[in-house]
Design a protein around this ligand. Structure first.
Ligand SMILES: Nc1ncnc2c1ncn2[C@@H]1O[C@H](COP(=O)(O)OP(=O)(O)O)[C@@H](O)[C@H]1O
Ligand SMILES: [Mg+2]
Length: 170
C-alpha cells in the first residue's frame, strides 16, 4: 500500500468550506467514497453541500443534514449518496440500516461520522477531518493512502489558496 498523503487547509468561513468541498466534488468519479469526520457543528454537512455542487447537484437543491433519513440521494454527474451516521452507534446499526451497500455503488458516497465504523470504509476512501479552530474558522485535513485517493488529493492540491501543507512534500 502506498504511503499516506495529506492536504491541510484553513477555512475562514462556511462559504470557504463549501468551496473546498466543491473542489473535491469536481475531482470525484463513480465509486469514490468520502469519510467526513469532526464534532457536531464542525462543518461536515456544509462540506458535503460543496461536494454536491462539485458533482453538479443544482445549487437550489437543498443538501441538509440527513440525520432523520440516514441517507439522502441527489442526482448530479453521478448519484450522490449523503449518509449521516449521527444516530447510529456501532457497525451493526450501520449494517442493519443497509447503508454499506451505498459505499459500493455506481455513485459517490459521503459519510458523516465515518470514524465510528472505520472497518467498513473501502481502502480508497478520502478522509476529511474538520477541526473547529474558532467561531468561523476550521482546519480541514484531507488524507488518503490508496492510489485512487492519492490521485484525488493530487488533483485537489492544484488549489493552493488557504493551503497550510501538502505532505509529504514532493
Ligand atoms: N469555516 C466554517 N466552515 C464550516 N462551517 C462553519 C464555518 N464557520 C462557521 N460555520 C458554521 O458551522 C456550522 C456547521 O454545521 P454543519 O455543517 O451542519 O456541521 P456538522 O455536519 O459537522 O454537524 C454551520 O452553522 C456553519 O454556518
Ligand atoms: Mg451534519
Amino acid at each position: 500500500m502506498a504511503e499516506e498523503k495529506s492536504l491541510t487547509y484553513d477555512s475562514v468561513s462556511a462559504g470557504e468550506t463549501i468551496r473546498l468541498g466543491r473542489n473535491l466534488g469536481c475531482n470525484l468519479q463513480a465509486g469514490d467514497v468520502v469519510a467526513l469526520i469532526g464534532e457536531l457543528g464542525s462543518g461536515k454537512t456544509w462540506f458535503a453541500k460543496g461536494i454536491g455542487l462539485g458533482l453538479g447537484v443544482p445549487a437550489d437543491t437543498v443538501i441538509t443534514s440527513p440525520s432523520f433519513s440516514l441517507m439522502n440521494v441527489y442526482e448530479g454527474r453521478y448519484p450522490f449518496y449523503h449518509i449521516d451516521g449521527y444516530r447510529l452507534e456501532n457497525l451493526s446499526d450501520f449494517l442493519s440500516a443497509g447503508l454499506d451497500e451505498y459505499l459500493y455503488q455506481d455513485g459517490i458516497a459521503a459519510v458523516e461520522w465515518a470514524d465510528r465504523w472505520p472497518e467498513i470504509l473501502p481502502d480508497w476512501h478520502v478522509r476529511i477531518e474538520i477541526l473547529i479552530t474558532g467561531d468561523t474558522s476550521r482546519r480541514i485535513c484531507l488524507s488518503g493512502f490508496h492510489p485512487r485517493a492519492l490521485e484525488i488529493l493530487d488533483a485537489m492540491s492544484l488549489m493552493s489558496r488557504n493551503r497550510v501543507s501538502f505532505e509529504p512534500d514532493r
